[in-house]
Design a protein around this ligand. Structure first.
Ligand code: NAP
Length: 291
């Protein structure tokens, strides 16, 4: 068997086009575009590339760009002041604090300063609570991108055995919640899981977000499974994921590539979340007018 490739670039393009249409309709209705504020602290090379790409894609979708770049030495008070200003700005629909912060600083308290209605990364305790309780809210971009990919490929989820490798707040945990809401039977594996291959071989749908290059091989995968590789690693021989793609492709029915799988979906879902935030705010504001 050679697995069908789930093309994230193609689905991301569809999501971006949908989002651009929604952004244009919002602008038509309200007289102003949705706005995305990106906050970058320090000079981390990878973060700069990610933020530049988010801003470029946002502008291309008709979303106004509000960017703040703070120096490597910016203290918590300075970052908090910027977040408070963006939180109060009615032209800003969504706020994204790019992680990681310099010098391994804990972003926890700062993230909580983002109002839940503008939390387009879905990382605040309030957003994660809404997700856990299956209430409407903004969902983290990477797992919601994975879900969209699975839906586009018509992968059956209700009643399926789903295994998520990884339990981070950014990916693994929200991914498991989203699959549970799709009525999958969900198992979460992590670094203390005793026999990883024994657990992952149960999966009809296997989502791998361990951050370990090429952790998952053919021996971890049930024949006919759908395998989603969230990992991304730069190596001497190019980009690789958490899955040994070539060997798993011989066992799996469907597989996401790296690059071109989950990665493009993350930014597309960020744009979609920004427009959703703008629309929700508009609907909940008195008389539909943005104050
Ligand atoms: P993370 O915070 O480092 O979490 C990794 C998780 O994997 C942890 O829960 C860890 O378990 C578990 N784990 C580590 N080694 C393992 C092993 N040998 N066996 C089983 N589980 C193991 O990483 P993350 O932020 O979730 O990201 C995961 C990967 O996805 C990274 O490669 C990251 O670069 C990538 N990523 C890609 C995108 C995208 O858009 N494509 C977005 C976000 C992240 P413990 O909890 O026990 O430590």
């Amino acid at each position: 068997m050679t697995a069908e490739v789930l093309d994230g670039r193609l689905v991301a393009k569809t999501v971006r086009e949908e989002t651009a249409r929604r952004a244009a309709a919002f602008r038509e209705r309200t007289g102003r575009p949705p706005g995305l504020a990106t906050v970058l602290v320090g000079e981390d090379q990878a973060s700069q590339v990610y933020v530049a790409s988010k801003r470029k894609n946002a502008v291309a979708a008709g979303i106004a760009d509000f960017h703040r770049h703070l120096g490597e030495r910016a203290g918590r008070a300075e970052i908090a002041a910027v977040l408070a200003e963006l939180a109060a700005d009615p032209a800003v629909s969504g706020i994204l604090l790019q992680l990681p912060l310099p010098n391994g600083a804990d972003p926890g308290e700062l993230i909580e300063l983002i109002p839940v209605a503008k939390d387009v990364d879905g990382l605040t305790t309030a957003s994660q609570g809404l997700l856990a309780r299956n209430r409407p809210g903004l969902r983290p971009c990477t797992p919601s991108g994975v879900l969209r990919l699975l839906h586009e490929a018509r992968v059956p989820l209700a009643g399926a055995e789903a295994v998520v490798v990884g339990r981070s707040e950014l990916v693994g945990r929200p991914m498991a919640q989203l699959l549970l809401q799709e009525h999958a039977t969900v198992t979460i594996a992590h670094s203390r899981t005793r026999d990883l291959a024994e657990v992952t071989r149960r999966a009809d749908v296997l989502v791998v977000a361990a951050g370990v290059p090429e952790l998952i091989g053919a021996g971890h995968v049930k024949a006919g499974a759908t395998v989603v590789d969230v990992g991304i690693h730069r190596t001497g021989s190019g980009l690789v994921g958490d899955v040994r793609t070539a060997e798993v492709a011989r066992v799996a029915r469907r597989l996401t590539p790296v690059p071109g799988g989950v990665g493009p979906m993350t930014i597309a879902m960020l744009l979609a979340n920004t427009v959703t935030a703008a629309e929700s705010r508009h609907e909940t504001t008195e008389g539909g007018r943005i104050r």
